[in-house]
Design a protein around this ligand. Structure first.
Ligand SMILES: Nc1ncnc2c1ncn2[C@@H]1O[C@H](COP(=O)(O)OP(=O)(O)O)[C@@H](O)[C@H]1O
Ligand SMILES: N[C@H](CCC(=O)N[C@@H](CS)C(=O)NCCC(=O)O)C(=O)O
Ligand SMILES: [Mg+2]
Length: 499
C-alpha cells in the first residue's frame, strides 16, 4: 500500500539536512497520503491499545477526573506514528544531558549568582520573589544539601534555517510526561508490528524509552542514600490532577521495582500534617520522608494561600532530599537560562572547554529587556522573537503583535517590569504532515516537534552516583500554534525513530 520510502515520510519527519545524508527541511513533509482505510484501522487500534495500556489522562469534561484515579479517563493525545529524527541530533542531545546535569548542580550551589541574577525580577514578579525569599532563608541558615537529586528535561527544537539543534528551555522541576512518553513509544511499536508490511517500518527502529525505569531508579537511589528503611517518597501534587496517570507510572514502578513506598500530598495537606523532628526529619502522618518529589509547586497557581508557602518552607528546612531543592528550582527559571547564555558565564560553572562549547552551541538567542537594540528589533519584527515571563507549565509566552504591544508599553512605562521577562530568538522547526489523535478523533496537520531529553543527577557530597540521560519526550503540535505543551492542551505525545 505504502512503498517503504514513501511511508517513511508518512510518519512525519523532523530530520532536515545533516552531515552524512538526510534531506533538507524544505524537502520534508512530502507526506505519503496513507489510504483512509489504513489510517482508520491504525486509529482504532491505537485508541484500543491506549485504553488497555494506561496511555490515559483525566477527561476535563468529567467532574471528578482530577480527583480519583480510574474516574473519567480519556486517552492521552498522541501522534499516530513516530517522528523520524536524525541520529546526529539524538546523539548531540544525549551527549548534552550529563553536561546540563552538572551545570544545573554547579549553578544551584552559587547562591549569590542566583540571588543577584534574579534580584531585579524579584522586584516585579512576586512568585519568583517568594521562591527567592525561601532560598535566601536557606542561605542565611547555611543549609547544606549533601544529597542532591535533579530530575530535569532539556527541550530542543531544530532551527529549520540553520539545521541546528537549539535548546528551548531547561526544566528543573516537575518534568512530566516521563510516564506517558514510554506508553506512546510502546503504542507505536505495537502499531508498526501489526502493520509492518504495509508501513514498511521496523518496530525496533522506534527508540525505546527508559524514562519510567530510570526515574524510578534515581528516586530509589536517593531514598537509599537517606538510609532509613521506614522512610517514604513524598510526591507533592496539585489538588486537581488530570495528569496523575503519568505520575503513577513512576510511583508504581518505584514500589514494584524497588519496594519504595510513596505518598501523594498537596501542599496544603503538607502544611496541615507535616512536622519537623528535632533532627530535621520531615514527617507526614508520623512517616519519615526521605525524598520530596515535586509534581506541583512550579506555578503561582500552586500557592493559593500562605499554607502552601509554609509547606514549601517546611520541606526546604527539612533533611529530606528535595527534587528539586529551591536552588535547583531557581536554576530552571528563564532569567537564569538567559544569563547563562551571556559571554563568559558558563566558564564560571564548567571547567572543560570542549564541554562549554558543546553547551553554548545549542543556545538560541537569549536577551534581557535591558538590551535596547534587541527590544527595538523585536518591536520591528515581533514574529522573530518570543517574550517569556518566569513561568512554567506551558501557555505563558507572548508572541507576535501582543509581543510588540507589550514591549512598547513596558518601554513607555520605563518601569522595571522589564526584568520580569526575557526575549528569545523564535525557532522555526521543519514542518511535516502528521496524523494526530485527540478525543478519539484523528486530524492530519502540518506539524512541528519539540524533542526533550530527561536527565537524572544524584550526588552525595562529592560522590556522583547518577549523571545520565534518563529517557526522552517527543511532542508534536500544529505548526500554526505559537504555544506548546501537552498538559496545556497544544501538543501531542510522540516517539522517535532515528534516520
Ligand atoms: N524560542 C522559541 N521558538 C519557538 N517556539 C518556542 C520558543 N520558546 C518556546 N516556544 C514554544 O512555547 C512553548 C512553551 O515555552 P517554554 O519556554 O517551554 O515554556 P514552559 O516552561 O511554559 O514550557 C514551547 O513548548 C514551544 O512550543
Ligand atoms: N501536572 C503536572 C504537570 C507539570 C508540568 O507542566 N511540567 C512541565 C515542566 S514545569 C513539563 O515537563 N511539561 C511536559 C509535558 C507537557 O508538555 O505538558 C505534573 O504531572 O507534574
Ligand atoms: Mg516548556
Amino acid at each position: 500500500l505504502l512503498a517503504p520510502a514513501r511511508c517513511a515520510a508518512a510518519v512525519g519527519t523532523a530530520a532536515p539536512k545533516v552531515e552524512g545524508g538526510g534531506r533538507r527541511s524544505s524537502e520534508q513533509g512530502q507526506l505519503a497520503v496513507a489510504p483512509a482505510r489504513l489510517v482508520d484501522e491504525l486509529v482504532e487500534e491505537a485508541l484500543v491499545w491506549s485504553s488497555q495500556h494506561g496511555l490515559v489522562v483525566g477527561d476535563k469534561n468529567h467532574p471528578r477526573s482530577g480527583k480519583a484515579p480510574g474516574v473519567g479517563l480519556l486517552h492521552a493525545p498522541f501522534a499516530l506514528l513516530p517522528m523520524s529524527f536524525s541520529k546526529v541530533y539524538w546523539d548531540q542531545a544525549v551527549e548534552l544531558a550529563p553536561l546540563f546535569n552538572e551545570l544545573v548542580d554547579r549553578v544551584s550551589l552559587d547562591g549569590d549568582f542566583l540571588q543577584e541574577t534574579l534580584a531585579r525580577t524579584k522586584e516585579v514578579d512576586s512568585f519568583t520573589g517568594r521562591l527567592l525569599d525561601i532560598h535566601a532563608k536557606m542561605m542565611k541558615l547555611n543549609k547544606k544539601e549533601d544529597v542532591r537529586l535533579g530530575l530535569t528535561r532539556s527541550d530542543y527544537m531544530i532551527d529549520g534555517a540553520t539545521d541546528q539543534l537549539l535548546q528551548v528551555e531547561l526544566n528543573t522541576i516537575s518534568t512530566s510526561s516521563n510516564g506517558l512518553a514510554c506508553g506512546v513509544c510502546e503504542l507505536h511499536r505495537n502499531l508498526i508490528r501489526q502493520h509492518e508490511r504495509e508501513l514498511g517500518l521496523d518496530p525496533e527502529s522506534v527508540v525505546g524509552n527508559t524514562a519510567i525505569a530510570q526515574h524510578a531508579e534515581a528516586l530509589a537511589g536517593a531514598w537509599a542514600e537517606f538510609n532509613n528503611q521506614s522512610s517514604v517518597v513524598l510526591v507533592v501534587v496539585q489538588p486537581e490532577e488530570r495528569y496523575m496517570y503519568d505520575q503513577y507510572w513512576i510511583t508504581v514502578a518505584l514500589r514494584e521495582m524497588y519496594g519504595v513506598t510513596t505518598i501523594r500530598k498537596t501542599m496544603a495537606a503538607i502544611d496541615a500534617e507535616g512536622e519537623l523532628r528535632p533532627d530535621g526529619t520531615l514527617t507526614i502522618d508520623g512517616l519519615p520522608v526521605a525524598v520530596v518529589y515535586f509534581r506541583a509547586g512550579y506555578t503561582p497557581n500552586d500557592y493559593p494561600s500562605e499554607a502552601e508557602w509554609r509547606a514549601r518552607l517546611l520541606i526546604e528546612c527539612s533533611s529530606a532530599i528535595k527534587c528539586p531543592s529551591i536552588a535547583h528550582h531557581l536554576v530552571g527559571t528563564k532569567k537564569i537560562q538567559q544569563e547563562l547564555a551571556k559571554e563568559n558565564v558558563l566558564e564560571r560553572f564548567l571547567d572543560n572547554k570542549a564541554d562549554i562549547e558543546k553547551v553554548r552551541k545549542c543556545f538560541a538567542g537569549l536577551w534581557s529587556l535591558e538590551n535596547d537594540s534587541i527590544v527595538m528589533s523585536a518591536i520591528e519584527s515581533p514574529e522573530l522573537f518570543v517574550l517569556k515571563p518566569q513561568r512554567e507549565g506551558g501557555g505563558n509566552n507572548i508572541y507576535g503583535d501582543n509581543l510588540r504591544e507589550t514591549l512598547i508599553s513596558l518601554k513607555k512605562d520605563g518601569s522595571n517590569e522589564l526584568a520580569a521577562y526575557i526575549l528569545m530568538q523564535r525557532i522555526f522547526p521543519p514542518a511535516s504532515l502528521c496524523y494526530l489523535v485527540r478525543d478519539g478523533t484523528c486530524i492530519r496537520e502540518n506539524a512541528v516537534s519539540e524533542f526533550g531529553i530527561f536527565g537524572a543527577y544524584l550526588r552525595n557530597k562529592d560522590r556522583v552516583i547518577i549523571n545520565d540521560q534518563c529517557g526522552y519526550l517527543m511532542r508534536t503540535k500544529a505548526a500554526s500554534l505559537n504555544e506548546g505543551g501537552v498538559v496545556a492542551g497544544y501538543a501531542f505525545l510522540n516517539s522517535v525513530f532515528l534516520t
